[in-house]
Design a protein around this ligand. Structure first.
Ligand SMILES: CC(C)(COP(=O)(O)OP(=O)(O)OC[C@H]1O[C@@H](n2cnc3c(N)ncnc32)[C@H](O)[C@@H]1OP(=O)(O)O)[C@@H](O)C(=O)NCCC(=O)NCCS
Length: 162
């Protein structure tokens, strides 16, 4: 669970006005970044949840996450924290809060795909209770990397501490 408290940040629903900042982070975080259009489509999809974590003082966007929720199953589609803001607990806080929100809406199972070589993200997911349940060979076509499929059952979730 997130260590300490984070009085300086807030987590809010992603809207159009966040997209310039989100796209800057997206392009600095991924080899195959999402387009503005894809963020817009995801946000407008009724079964999605899109959140940003931002500084209260100046509303600077620190990171974001996008989810689909279908019949109690959540797919984590996208999550990133700005490179200069990583390692301070924001990613963990954002995902923990998101899991709390989605659980309160009935989510029972969470799934995600992660590059096999993305040790930081895998470590983070592991700490949140995700376990590897499969592998998709050469899933990331631009690098030929495998994806690990990870799952978390919410009965294993002990809740965020903040
Ligand atoms: C994955 C990501 C979202 C994590 O965000 P973050 O804010 O840096 O993560 P946190 O500071 O909350 O760290 C949570 C855990 O992740 C792991 N972690 C994060 N940064 C790490 C680093 N530099 N070295 C080692 N482990 C790290 C640690 O296990 C850490 O737990 P700890 O706080 O107990 O040490 C961020 O690294 C990122 O945006 N990466 C690029 C995009 C990406 O790969 N997204 C995931 C796609 S599946």
């Amino acid at each position: 669970m997130p260590k300490g408290s984070f009085p300086e940040v807030e987590i809010v629903e992603m809207t159009e006005r966040h997209l310039d900042a989100v796209l800057k982070i997206e392009h600095r975080s991924f080899v195959a970044p999402w387009s503005r259009r894809l963020f817009q489509e995801t946000m407008s999809f009724p079964l999605s949840l899109s959140l940003v974590i931002r500084k209260k003082v100046d509303k600077k966007v620190l990171g974001y996450a996008n989810f689909y929720v279908i019949a109690g199953e959540v797919q984590i589609l996208n999550v990133a924290v700005a490179p200069e803001e990583r390692g301070q607990g924001y990613g963990r806080l954002l995902l923990s809060r998101s899991i709390d929100i989605l659980r309160s809406r009935g989510a029972k199972l969470f799934f995600l795909e992660v590059r096999e070589g993305n040790a930081h993200a895998i470590e983070l997911y592991h700490k949140l209770g995700f376990r590897k349940v499969g592998r998709r060979r050469k899933y990331y076509t631009e690098t030929n990397e495998d994806a690990l499929v990870m799952r978390m059952k919410t009965d294993k979730w002990t809740g965020s501490t903040t």
